[in-house]
Design a protein around this ligand. Structure first.
Ligand SMILES: Cc1ncc(COP(=O)(O)O)c(C=O)c1O
Length: 461
């Protein structure tokens, strides 16, 4: 081991010139894994050790499981590297970064049809959802307190189609979750579905623009309509929070007439993952509020220990600036035309994949709307093999395609999901379909091929 002091070769080895400092050329001992080594290591050898070990990860471009951006232009990467050493929270020291952040937030608010919105960049949609729902919990409590009513039993209503971070919110922040189950052939919710679930203790209703499971969308218009009726008839003012983690940058450019955002009266907050179709690398989401009056003043922290007075509403303190800057780069670089072209192109590729999977005669398409560049399929009944086997064999060709079962009441349905991203071109899609056909043939001939267990393939964010 390196940290064995008796190993006299150690200090001798680290003196060697970099060109010798690699693997068997340099050392044959084990790399430390449990304790920080006593001695330093040559930088080149250190880089190569780690670099090579990371080759064991899959190739991000072939990862069709993830919504998260895996490619940006060189100029974008340059600006990211230039701002890697700036802590976003140091607003007094990096005031221009804050100014750019605010521009990004205003542009996103405008994209969601409010020129009066307020918001903040987060690490991802999960943090954004927590922040939005905390605001709604707080507002509900204040209202109940002012009316002299009980405020000990808040609940939140959403469909079983939500991402796990919604359940996390309910658990961590002590709010009863009222989950509308999926059914055999319905994986989203509408205005009728929420009737039996909402009441005076409901802090918000969650609706999803692009569900994690099938890429479909909840029926925003009918949910909004029912909540407006409740407001008028029972004076219950229940806000909608829209989880637009995946669809927030798709709908505005591909389906501009679809009303899911601040155009709907009860939509008071929205989260969007910039690191999905905002096309920046992982580490940025955004929470937006219809206007700043939605955020209770008590939740804004004014901190002065970095110089100046900074209003702050976030769960994290320190965070990187670079992705906020990268998002601004994309807005300037692509403009609406650029986003429109990229998003529509990805959607076309997704439809191609869907059509080709149908052509095999083996699959049934679960998504019925194509609002996201996501194809979710299940196998037709008469197959001898399952989606977990397909997922495993595709992995051998380098493709990562998750296989998973749907949430309760629809858990007997096992799904393969393919997310198309910018660099998954039509050319790559053709290669992918060729490999799918090879895998199906292999399984036809030998259906006893072992499958990956569902539990190892259900991490589908
Ligand atoms: C609908 C939905 N909401 C929330 C999340 C969580 O987003 P993030 O990974 O940005 O925290 C995801 C992740 O894929 C998602 O699909």
């Amino acid at each position: 081991m390196y940290h064995n002091k008796k190993d006299s070769r150690r200090s001798e080895l680290i003196q060697r010139p970099p060109e010798e400092s690699y693997s068997g050329r340099w050392v044959t001992q084990e790399i430390p894994k449990d304790k920080i080594p006593d001695e330093s290591l040559d930088p080149r050898a250190t880089y190569l050790f780690i670099h090579d070990e990371l080759n064991l990860d899959c190739n991000p471009s072939l990862n069709l499981a993830s919504f998260v951006t895996t490619w940006m232009e060189d100029e974008a990467e340059k600006i990211i590297i230039e701002s890697l050493n700036k802590n976003y929270i140091d607003e007094d020291e990096y005031p221009q970064t804050r100014i750019i952040h605010d521009r990004v937030i205003r542009m996103m608010g405008n994209m969601c049809h409010s020129d009066d919105s307020a918001g903040t960049a987060t690490i991802g949609s999960s943090e954004a959802i927590m922040l939005a729902l905390l605001v709604h919990k707080w507002n509900w409590r204040k209202r109940r307190e002012a009316e002299g009513k009980d405020f000990s039993r808040p609940n939140i209503v959403f469909g079983a189609d939500v991402h796990s971070c919604w359940e996390k919110f309910a658990l961590y922040f002590d709010v009863e979750m009222r989950v509308i189950p999926m059914t055999e052939d319905k994986y989203t919710i509408n205005g009728k579905d929420i009737i039996d679930y909402v009441d005076e203790n409901t802090i918000a209703v969650g609706a999803v623009l692009g569900t994690t499971f099938t890429g479909q969308i909840d029926d925003f218009t009918s949910i909004n309509k029912y909540l407006l009726k409740l407001k008028k008839e029972q004076n219950l003012d229940i806000p909608i929070h829209v989880d637009a983690a995946s669809g927030g940058f798709v709908a505005p450019f591909a389906f501009p007439d679809l009303k899911w955002d601040f155009r709907l009266e009860q939509v008071k907050s929205i989260n969007i993952s910039n690191h999905k179709f905002g096309l920046v690398y992982v580490g940025m989401g955004t929470v937006l509020f219809k206007n700043k009056e939605v955020i209770p003043e008590e939740l804004i922290f004014h901190i002065n220990y970095l110089g100046g007075s900074m209003p702050n509403y976030s769960l994290n303190f320190s965070k990187p600036s670079s992705l906020v800057i990268a998002q601004y780069y994309n807005f300037l670089r692509l403009g609406k035309t650029g986003y429109h072209n990229i998003i529509n192109n990805i959607l076309k590729v997704a439809r191609y994949v869907e059509a080709k999977l149908l052509e095999t005669g083996k699959f049934k398409i679960l998504t019925d709307c194509n609002y996201l560049p996501v194809t979710a399929v299940c196998l037709l009944n008469d197959n001898k093999y399952n989606v977990f086997q397909i997922s495993k064999l595709l992995h051998e060709y380098g493709w990562v395609v998750p296989a998973y079962t749907l949430p309760p009441k629809a858990e007997h349905i096992a799904v393969l999901r393919i997310v198309c991203r910018e660099r998954f071109t039509l050319d790559m899609a053709e290669n992918f379909i060729e490999d799918v056909n090879k895998v199906l043939l292999e399984l036809e001939q030998n259906s006893s091929i072992e499958s990956a267990t569902p539990s190892t393939t259900t991490n589908i964010c």
